[in-house]
Ligand binder design. Structure first.
Ligand SMILES: [Fe+2]
Ligand SMILES: [Fe+2]
Length: 281
């Protein structure tokens, strides 16, 4: 596994001290060594994470387009630079997730079918929603990914449940999600996105994406012949009990009128991660 900066970092007074938005390329070391059920050996959670990974490339393309739609209205050079770094980061995430998603075919999963389905879902959402709602949905989905990223850095159980290759992969993506978590949100506010539209866009995104995500996960379980047992369910339930509650509480914060993504202090997680990649681990 290797992580390499690809262009200059965006610095901004909007970011906490020591935090930058730095596009980096991630290269897998030995993707073939990743076990089929790479999250805690549990097929249910693994397939939900795999389904999330399938949704990421079309999701990130949607984010990029939503932001680009309003980019020319931004006169603040710092926000322009943050948008540039945000777009580059999401593009690089898509590349790495496509590579990981391809590897799922070795377990009998019809990756192309799921990829096509995920593309259709995101395209139809983009066609159905006005541009400002798409940007509001992006701001909210960026909050969701930042909440997941926060959990990965805060709760040791998450990292302990993964082999090193997957831990490194998700930490890289998570760290960059934390770096750029406020970019779409700040742009949404700058172009006049108010509280009502913020809440409406968030609810629309949740309603439109929850079903496709679980559909992909269920089809993947069918493809690889997973027979869900009582033990698998009990294990998934016990893990989720530790992880889901805190995430729901963080997600709920988004609906407070004065919320801003940097209301959650992720600076220390980023500082630790910067030191770890500097040290090459
Ligand atoms: Fe991303
Ligand atoms: Fe993101």
């Amino acid at each position: 596994m290797a992580i390499q900066a690809t262009s200059h970092a965006a610095h901004s007074s909007r970011l906490p001290a020591g935090v930058v938005v730095q596009p980096r390329k991630f290269e897998f070391g030995d993707l073939a060594s990743v076990p089929q059920y790479w999250f805690a050996g549990n097929p249910i959670i693994t397939h939900f994470e795999n389904a999330f990974s399938i949704m990421i490339p079309p999701g990130e393309r949607f984010f990029i387009r939503s932001v680009r739609h309003y980019q020319d209205r931004v006169t603040d050079p710092e926000l322009q630079d943050l948008i540039r770094a945000f777009i580059q980061q999401e593009g690089l995430h898509t590349q790495a997730h496509n590579q990981f998603n391809d590897s799922l075919a070795a377990f009998g999963i019809d990756v192309e079918r799921e990829r096509a389905y995920a593309n259709r879902v995101m395209d139809s959402i983009e066609r159905a929603l006005p541009a400002k709602v798409c940007l509001g949905a992006t701001a909210f989905l960026e909050h969701l990914t930042a909440v997941g990223a926060h959990m990965l850095f805060m709760e040791p159980l998450v990292a302990e449940s993964m082999p090193p290759e997957m831990e490194g992969f998700w930490r890289w993506h998570a760290a960059e999600e934390l770096e750029h978590k406020a970019v779409a949100f700040d742009l949404f506010r700058q172009v006049g996105g108010g509280y009502f539209l913020r809440v409406f866009s968030a609810v629309a995104a949740l309603l439109l994406l929850a079903l496709p995500l679980s559909r992909i996960a269920r089809r993947m379980m069918k493809d690889d012949g997973t027979k869900v047992t009582h033990e698998m369910r009990a294990q998934a339930k016990s893990i989720n009990q530790k992880l889901v509650g805190p995430q729901l509480r963080m997600i709920a914060q988004y609906f407070k009128p004065g919320f801003h993504p940097w209301s959650f202090d992720d600076e220390k997680y980023l500082t630790e991660w910067y030191a770890s990649i500097e040290a090459g681990c």
